[in-house]
Design a protein around this ligand. Structure first.
Ligand code: ADP
Ligand code: MG
Length: 232
């Protein structure tokens, strides 16, 4: 079935990625091991290195988190109202936004925009995009999410006025492990692309350096039953 195919495609991609993943996890592990050896030998003071050790461990943690969200077993497809999904994600992201005094804007023009999808995975898509938008925006800025209904699809936009993405980097963004952040994993957009593709959708990027970035997710919509009845 289609579902099984998606799962095996994912496993194949994970296989391709595994060399990179092992490498990315090995780096912080090697440095943790090195520090532990120096501490054991009494050459260095433990206290001075706790911050570094902690950030190396956090790096492994975030890589593991991104891989987990990607490797999750079988999707569960349901008819979902995308505006409810975004409501939930906005609540989730509020803590991170408030740390940078960033205002999250979300005023859906209408409700009841139904699509068929996996709730957890779709949430992951918007968590990843909003997280990136917050990270790219300076303190006190705004991140906006907007939704539009087209004839046969729903378009969700995550809009920021942050740093933007240089044109020559647009192709690299979304490739595994491409990151410009010190603590980035470079897995967020790869996971996002994969989930959107599994939902038969598209990811579009519109960005200008210094002006900001808009990610548009286009997903096929499910015609509501009442509408079909209306047409008789
Ligand atoms: P990470 O966030 O761990 O770096 P992602 O895959 O989520 O990994 O993003 C990859 C890269 O794409 C980021 O490091 C950043 O350079 C760029 N990027 C993604 N979203 C934005 C955005 N909204 N504004 C500017 N750059 C972005
Ligand atoms: Mg990210």
């Amino acid at each position: 079935t289609e579902k099984m195919l998606m799962q095996s495609e994912k496993l194949a991609l994970l296989g391709e990625l595994s060399t990179g993943i092992v490498h990315e996890i090995k780096n912080p592990l090697t440095s943790i091991k090195g520090f532990l050896q120096l501490m054991k030998a009494g050459t260095i003071n433990i206290k001075d290195y706790l911050t570094i050790l902690n950030s190396e461990i956090e790096r492994i943690e975030s890589i593991a988190g991104d891989i987990l969200s990607f490797a999750k077993p079988q999707e569960k497809l349901e008819n979902l109202d995308i505006t409810n999904i975004i409501d939930d994600v906005m609540l989730l992201m509020e803590v991170q936004a408030s740390k940078k005094d960033i205002e999250l804007q979300w005023n859906p023009v209408k409700r009841n925009m139904i699509l068929s999808g996996d709730e957890t995975q779709l949430k992951q898509v918007f968590i990843n995009l909003i997280k990136n938008a917050i990270e790219a925006t300076s303190n006190g800025g705004k991140v906006k999410v907007a939704v539009e209904e087209e004839v046969s699809s729903i378009h969700i936009q995550v809009i920021d006025n942050g740093e933007g993405i240089p044109a020559d980097k647009l192709d690299e963004v979304g490739q595994s492990f491409f990151t410009t952040k010190e603590k980035g994993t470079g897995l967020g957009l790869m996971v996002t692309n994969k989930i959107v593709k599994n939902h038969h959708g598209k990811v579009l990027i519109d960005s200008e350096v210094g002006k900001g970035t808009t990610f548009t997710i286009q997903l096929p919509k499910v015609e509501s039953y009442s509408k079909v009845v209306d047409n008789i």
